[in-house]
Design a protein around this ligand. Structure first.
Ligand code: ZN
Length: 321
């Protein structure tokens, strides 16, 4: 064999080897690259799905916040509406055009009397009123009954008897439901009108005096008491709060002695007293106490009188003595 041929064959062999190794190297390199890219891709897709999940959480939080905001916005609207409603009666005075029969001729105020006691009975008539009327008759005492319309429905004959025996009848309320009557001035006027019509129909007398359930200023009428009082005064009515309470309106039954003591202690503080007592079925002890109250105070030189629209009122905030 020619030595030149041998050298050539060797070279060819070398080149072949180089080519094979190069191909092998490139093959391994491409596999490694693919592997690297694959791993990187898996990582990326994991990060991507994590981000998608985070985005979903953010989206959910946003929609929760959105719902909360909608709720708050609805609350705000309702509060605005309530405010408008509360302010509306004072602003519009539309109620002044309603209830054309709910006017009464204003009384000419007299001078305040000394040593006078006005016994007033709220919440009747009741099953106790007849006994009470008999005691008042025995001592020739005239008192004032601030009646409840729904009680009048049940005791219409007794209401007539109160009038017949010369006592004053004033309106307390028709339903005695604080929440409904103090909802608005209109609501109060509707209730008042109903009670007034019942008294007028049964006695022939239209009441000119009244007592607010809970007194003229209470926790139920805070938003409307000023325009409400103004409206009732504008219509000619006179209202009476009290400066002496018999403390007989508590949840438990109060003893006769406690009622007598509360009234005597209260009356001793004032030149004239408007005494708050109650005339409902659970106030039997009040009836018994009245006898002692009249006897004791008469002996002390006091006299008793009924209220009317000429008596200067005792009120919690207006014309306070
Ligand atoms: Zn009452």
């Amino acid at each position: 064999m020619d030595p030149q041929d041998t050298t050539f064959a060797k070279q060819v062999k070398r080149i072949k080897r180089i080519i094979i190794w190069s191909v092998l190297f490139l093959f391994v390199l491409s596999i490694l690259c693919s592997l690297f890219l694959l791993i990187k891709n898996v990582g990326l897709s994991r990060r991507l799905s994590r981000s998608v999940a985070e985005l979903e959480t953010v989206r959910q939080t946003l929609s929760t916040r959105e719902a909360e905001l909608a709720g708050l916005s609805a609350q705000w609207d309702a509060a605005q509406e309530n405010l408008k409603e509360a302010a509306a009666p004072a602003a519009s005075f539309a109620y002044q055009q309603e209830y054309p029969d709910l006017y009464i001729e204003r009384g000419e105020p007299t001078q305040p009397q000394s040593n006078v006691i006005y016994l007033t009975f709220d919440d009747g008539p009741s099953g106790n009123t007849s006994a009470l009327l008999d005691i008042l008759d025995t001592y020739h005492v005239k008192a004032t009954f601030f009646i409840v319309g729904t009680e009048v429905d049940d005791h219409s004959a007794i209401l007539k008897e109160i009038a017949k025996r010369g006592h004053s009848i004033g309106i307390h309320t028709d339903t005695h439901n604080y929440r409904s009557i103090y909802k608005s001035i209109d609501a109060f006027l509707t209730d008042f009108s109903s009670a007034s019509q019942k008294v007028e129909r049964l006695t022939g007398q239209k009441p000119s005096i009244f007592r607010f359930p809970g007194g003229s200023i209470n926790s139920y009428n805070q938003l409307i008491y000023q325009p409400l009082i103004a409206e009732m005064l504008r219509r000619g009515y006179v209202f009476f709060d009290w400066n002496v309470s018999a403390e007989d309106a508590t949840e438990h039954i109060v003893s006769k002695e406690t009622i007598v003591a509360a009234v005597l202690n209260g009356v001793a503080k004032y030149d004239r007293s408007i005494v708050l007592l109650h005339d409902s079925d659970r106030h039997e002890n009040t009836v018994l106490a009245v006898k002692d109250i009249i006897e004791t105070l008469s002996a002390q030189g006091y006299r008793f009188a009924p209220l009317d629209n000429t008596v200067p009122p005792i009120t919690f905030s207006y014309n306070k003595e």
